[in-house]
Design a protein around this ligand. Structure first.
Ligand SMILES: Nc1ncnc2c1ncn2[C@@H]1O[C@H](COP(=O)(O)OP(=O)(O)OP(=O)(O)O)[C@@H](O)[C@H]1O
Ligand SMILES: [Mg+2]
Length: 213
């Protein structure tokens, strides 16, 4: 079972990934949590390149290829082996994020991104992609709160620094691809309280959980 979590900055992906991991652990299921970018050793180096706000000179195409490189390594080293060993695999962002951020956000060619994603993923896609949807102001406020609370290097990353219009395009992009892939995507209301949202996620995963036991 391969599940990805998607959504704008600060919508609550990592929070829900952690809550779900705890839940799977309670049920005695084998699972692996991973993320993009940065799910491998090489990926962590690529992630630093991608997120560091000092890298103002980065071209949109460079950014796109770095995401694809991170993904190719991640699929080969982490995702494919995990799926072959029958584990639950939870991924904090996956290839849809590239369609949305580099495609809808940065106006890179969508057909090309689709091809690149197919190459990088080797055709491996999540069974379910959970889109945590909320207004961009809500997500960005939460992301900023998190910076304050955790003194997370005290600064925003290269994407958090983008203006509201960029994040709005990202949100709309996510809603568009969710509508185009109704068998894979589930849209959830990320303005809900963390525990409420977690309960919704557990409820919708219940049939898959029963299958695995
Ligand atoms: N449902 C919620 N209601 C209120 N606050 C929340 C909720 N979910 C998460 N938060 C808080 O909002 C902040 C951002 O959450 P989180 O880090 O999970 O978001 P994210 O989607 O992983 O962000 P990013 O895209 O930057 O990785 C955190 O401080 C978290 O505690
Ligand atoms: Mg996160």
């Amino acid at each position: 079972m391969f599940i990805s979590f998607e959504g704008i900055e600060g919508c609550g992906k990592t929070t829900q990934v952690e809550l779900l991991a705890k839940y799977l652990s309670h049920r005695g299921l084998h699972y692996l949590v991973t993320r993009e970018p940065g799910g491998t050793h090489l990926g962590k180096l690529i992630r630093q390149m991608l997120l560091d706000p000092a890298h103002t000179e980065m071209e949109p195409l460079t950014e796109l290829f770095l995401y694809a490189a991170d993904r190719a390594q991640h699929i080969a080293q982490v995702i494919r082996p995990a799926l072959e060993s029958q584990q639950w695999l939870i991924c904090d962002r996956f290839a849809d994020a590239t369609t949305v951020y580099q495609g809808y956000g940065r106006n890179q060619d969508l057909a090309f991104i689709q091809q690149l994603n197919e190459m990088a993923t080797q055709g491996i896609w999540p069974r379910l992609s959970l889109l945590l949807d909320c207004p961009v102001e809500v997500g960005l406020d939460r992301a900023r709160q998190r910076i304050v609370q955790t003194s997370l290097e005290g600064r925003e990353d290269r994407f958090e620094q983008q203006d509201l219009a960029f994040h709005q395009k990202v949100r709309e992009g996510y809603l568009k691809i969710a509508a185009q892939n109704p068998n894979r995507f589930i849209i959830l209301d990320a303005t809900l309280d963390q525990q409420q949202l977690h309960q919704e996620i557990v409820a919708l995963l219940e049939p898959y959980l029963e299958d695995m036991e």
